[in-house]
Design a protein around this ligand. Structure first.
Ligand code: ADP
Ligand code: ADP
Length: 544
């Protein structure tokens, strides 16, 4: 037996190369015969933020449910699970970092607050307004502080049903952090948040660990934020749906570096064929490329001028990937809709006379139609070896081809929508928040699919996103939005990466340094030596 299966290997002649040492032990939990098995558990520490990095379907939620005392682990002996109690589990973990923790779980002494992954589902379970929801969890008397830091004030009296995704995320975070428990489990904190809000959320979580000595366990797919947030990191790998391994803790720097390099040092385990590499210096084609199209100054107001967007006229170049960044509620999607003709401008003519393939922020494909039928209705390339290699494989579509669009999860729907957008033949591809709902592996793969597609098809692509690593890996130039969210927005001309990043990060007052080993960008601590120096030099991202 190879350690993955209970009995004999069902694949008979299977050759296990390099079986990681974790898999030679018993799993922490197995859901049933030939069902998912989880190896290893994360170890939360008092006063620290412990991160988990890995794809979906690898057992992160299972691990959290065990640590929360909701799921009694069967140590892989699902057949006689009834005989296994917490005493036996404790025995199995004697001498490990988890021993004391599991003893507390056994004695019912661990109190836990959890933020769910899918905040969109909160309105289904709660009737009432924001204030009512938050007052129910105000155990630490910290509510006013959280409401202020997370800018929840304006929606305090609003019904939970009417909140946007970003508002729900901040309310869910405040509700969790307002509780007075020993352990806080946060399953993704960044979905729907802009970068400023992500940084604020990360700092609030750190403060709760550092100042109140709480244990925080966070699952997160935005690597720049995870880096800022966590003290130690468990990498999760395996075969989604089949088995997952949670590694022993690594320092957050090494954990992310190893993840990006595709190779886990201590485990002697390759998790990806190629490394992901960042360019240290501002890139590439800042001057290359003919003009695809010029657009004039544009303005657009909603209602009686409740929100006004001003766009400075500019040009989009052939074969470039143009990144678009800025806070939530500043008019990025409005600009996208002006370009695609889904919305009329008040001043200036946005009719570009171009074929634009557009993936909106909120993906609404939910017809009763199979994925393969939907995609083959878009492109006659569907099923060709080129399309399979460049689109279907990197976006992991094979396994969901026969499902109905209406049955897909958020991440599956996002991948189908990206595939549909890129498969259409068009002059310009415009993707609004492709990273939303994607796990870290899927982000990496979607990023390289978009980048390769742009290069090989000589396509011009515009990408709006809040994941700074994704923007860094994708964009040749940058368009920066600023202003006052929900009141007025201003869009500057597309500019070279260095200038764009400097303008964007100066608005946020965030600087990045470079990791010595991998050159990946890391957020500086506010008021650190480097932070002060870089602000003074005006180099927020590509520090010399
Ligand atoms: P993650 O949080 O990393 O996305 P989960 O822990 O939710 O992963 O799930 C890991 C695997 O375990 C999935 O393949 C899931 O289908 C399976 N699984 C989860 N709960 C159960 C259960 N109660 N019975 C059987 N399989 C389950
Ligand atoms: P972003 O994409 O940068 O988050 P949006 O372009 O979606 O910003 O929205 C900018 C502002 O305009 C927000 O305050 C939003 O509430 C408002 N807004 C967007 N669409 C409409 C609409 N159809 N009617 C009225 N206000 C709108």
């Amino acid at each position: 037996t190879c350690g993955i299966c209970v009995e004999k290997c069902p694949f008979d002649a299977i050759e296990i190369i390099n079986l990681p040492k974790e898999l030679q032990d018993d799993p922490a939990h197995r859901y049933g015969e030939n069902a998912f098995s989880l190896y290893g558990l994360p170890a939360p520490q008092e006063g620290q933020v412990t991160g988990i990095l890995g794809p979906n379907g690898i057992g992160k939620t299972t691990a959290v449910r065990i640590l929360a005392g909701e799921l009694e682990p069967n140590l892989g002996r699902h057949a006689d699970a009834d005989e296994i109690g917490w005493d036996e589990v404790l025995e199995a973990y004697r001498g490990t970092e988890l021993q004391d923790y599991i003893a507390d779980v056994r004695d019912g002494e661990v109190t836990v607050a959890r933020k769910p992954q899918y905040v969109d589902q909160i309105p289904n379970t709660f009737d009432g307004n924001t204030r009512e929801l938050l007052e129910r969890t105000n155990e630490r008397d910290a509510l006013d502080h959280l409401v202020e830091r997370l800018s929840i004030g304006p929606v305090m009296e609003q019904s939970i049903d009417d909140l946007s995704g970003g508002e729900l995320q901040r309310v869910a975070l405040a509700a969790t952090l307002a509780r007075d428990t020993d352990f806080y489990f946060l399953d993704e904190i960044t979905p729907y948040l802009d970068i400023g809000q992500r940084v604020t959320a990360a700092r609030l979580i750190r403060e709760l660990a550092e100042e109140e000595g709480k244990s925080m366990l966070v699952v997160e797919h935005d690597l720049a934020i995870l880096d800022l947030l966590a003290d130690t990191l468990h990498v999760a790998y395996g075969e989604p749906g089949a088995y997952g391994v949670i590694t022993a803790p690594k320092s957050v720097r090494n954990g992310i570096n190893e993840y990006l390099s595709g190779y886990l040092d201590n485990e002697n385990m390759r998790i990806r064929p190629d490394p992901i590499e960042f360019e240290e210096h501002a890139p590439r084609s800042a001057t290359r490329g003919d003009t695809l199209v010029e657009y004039p100054d544009l303005t657009k107001s909603y209602g009686d001028g409740e929100f006004t967007l001003e766009v400075e006229g500019g040009e989009i170049r052939e074969n470039e990937v143009l990144g678009i960044v800025g806070p939530n509620g500043i008019g990025k999607s409005t600009f996208a809709k002006l370009l695609t003709g889904n919305l009329e401008s008040d001043e200036g003519d946005a009719d570009l006379d171009l074929d634009i393939s557009y993936k909106p922020q909120y993906v609404t494909i939910d017809q009763h139609m199979r994925v393969d039928a939907f995609l083959s209705s878009i492109t006659d390339q569907f099923g060709s070896s080129y399309w399979n290699t460049e689109i279907a494989q990197p976006l992991q579509l094979e396994r969901i081809m026969e499902q109905n669009l209406s049955d897909l999860s958020g991440g599956e729907r996002q991948r189908v929508a990206i595939a549909a957008c890129l498969s259409d033949s068009a002059d310009l591809y415009l993707l609004d928040e492709p990273s939303a709902h994607l796990d870290v592996d899927q982000r990496v793969q979607a990023t390289s699919a978009i980048r390769r597609y742009a290069e090989q098809q000589d396509a011009t692509v515009m990408v709006i996103d809040h994941d700074i690593y994704m923007i860094d890996l994708l964009a040749d130039r940058l368009m920066v939005f600023d202003g006052e969210p929900a009141v007025r927005g201003r869009a500057g001309q597309p500019q070279p990466m260095r200038d764009g990043m400097n303008e964007f990060l100066a608005n946020l007052e965030v600087t990045f340094r470079r990791d010595e080993r991998t050159s990946r960008p890391r957020i500086n601590k506010p008021a650190s030596q480097l932070d002060k120096q870089q602000k003074q030099d005006g180099e927020y991202y590509y520090a010399p």
